[in-house]
Design a protein around this ligand. Structure first.
Ligand code: NDP
Length: 320
């Protein structure tokens, strides 16, 4: 077994929240270590153009944006580790983190920024056409479908919210749902019904996404009606999969307070979790906004709170 490496602050997750926490912790001379996981850069690395991150008047590619934030963190003495965390022990301080490589880390404060993963239907075309008309984020990519007909798949708050948002740009928005009843809250359902651009496609599932990667992109959806088994084609140039997200919290199972959907609960106006010294930032604790800029904002908060926590602990220890 390898010897544990001890750090004052350990950051789990290499998305906008984790990297921003590292910038702030690094600048506070805390020498942060970021365990980035197997997909450094987080969800933005599977997006193409990002037009809504402040400071890039002509937009920026998702992977490039993440490269820049990572490099900025490294400028302030951050150590980046390419490894995945497999186990955590938060029962006492120092907290203990075990990585896939077998390396063990201990830390006085922990910032969790492990994000959330969009759920996908499991159709191969979702992968091959990702970025070519297939997306899991209307706020990120909706603008590129100005004047087009698109589809949203799902029947929850996210699906209806994305469909409503897309009506700002799109000609027509099909809402493809596997039942004939929505899960979304009543107010949103009313807004949706009042919006003529949204056309529900009830009792239907997507069998395939038709199109070609590259210039052509998505051209249609192959839809199956679950009641009649009838197959039809829906001509769209974009499809937004909105069937929920899964927060990446499995490695903390039973240790931290979560809501029913598994998102970490943080105190109001804070990133503090149910364990003192453990902070959570970004999508792992946010199921409402899920934006790179809000993740970066909470990453900043987490680093400032971790610094304050350590100063209090170390001050108390010095007084004994
Ligand atoms: P939900 O789990 O609430 O809804 C997922 C939807 O996708 C359901 O309609 C479900 O169908 C459908 N679905 C799931 N799996 C499949 C599949 N394999 N094929 C086809 N359809 C599928 O997720 P949301 O992301 O919508 O919401 C998550 C949480 O975030 C909720 O608590 C929600 O209230 C909250 N939220 C709040 C917002 C707000 O307040 N503004 C905005 C966005 C989210 P079925 O209904 O049949 O199960």
């Amino acid at each position: 077994m390898s010897e544990a490496k001890h750090h004052r602050v350990l950051i789990l997750g290499g998305g906008p929240a984790g990297y921003t926490a590292a910038i702030y912790a690094g600048r506070a001379n805390m020498k942060p270590v970021v365990i980035q996981g197997m997909q450094p850069g987080g969800q933005l690395t599977i997006t193409t153009d990002v037009d809504n991150f402040p400071g890039f008047e002509n937009g920026v590619q998702g992977p490039e944006l993440m490269e820049k934030i990572r490099a900025q963190a490294e400028r302030f003495d951050t150590e980046m580790v390419f490894d995945a965390v497999t186990k955590t022990d938060l029962s006492q301080r120092p907290f203990k983190v075990t990585a896939d490589s077998g390396d063990i880390y201990t830390c006085d404060s922990l910032i969790i920024a492990t994000g959330a993963s969009a759920r996908w239907l499991g159709i191969p075309a979702e992968k091959t056409l990702n970025g070519f008309g297939v997306s899991a984020c209307a706020t990120c990519d909706g603008f590129f479908f100005k004047g087009h007909d698109v589809a949203v798949v799902g029947g929850g708050d996210t699906a209806v919210e994305e469909a409503l948002f897309l009506t700002n740009f799109c000609n027509k928005v099909y809402l493809v749902h596997r039942r004939d009843e929505l899960r979304a809250e009543k107010l949103m359902q009313d807004q949706m019904r009042a919006n003529e651009k949204i056309v529900p496609v009830w009792d239907s599932v997507v069998e395939d996404i038709i199109g070609e990667a590259g210039k052509g992109g998505v051209s249609a959806l192959k839809i199956r009606n679950v009641k009649s088994d009838e197959i039809s084609e829906l001509a769209v140039t974009g499809v937004f999969i909105a069937i929920g997200h899964t927060p990446n919290t499995k490695i903390f199972d039973g240790q931290l307070e979560t809501d029913d959907a598994g998102y970490l609960i943080t105190k109001p106006d804070s990133t503090a979790t149910s364990i003192p010294g453990v902070f959570a930032a970004g999508d792992v604790q946010d199921k409402t906004y899920r934006q790179a800029v809000t993740a970066a904002g909470t990453g900043c908060m987490a680093a400032l709170e971790a610094e304050r926590f350590l100063n209090e602990q170390e001050g108390a220890a010095a007084r004994i």
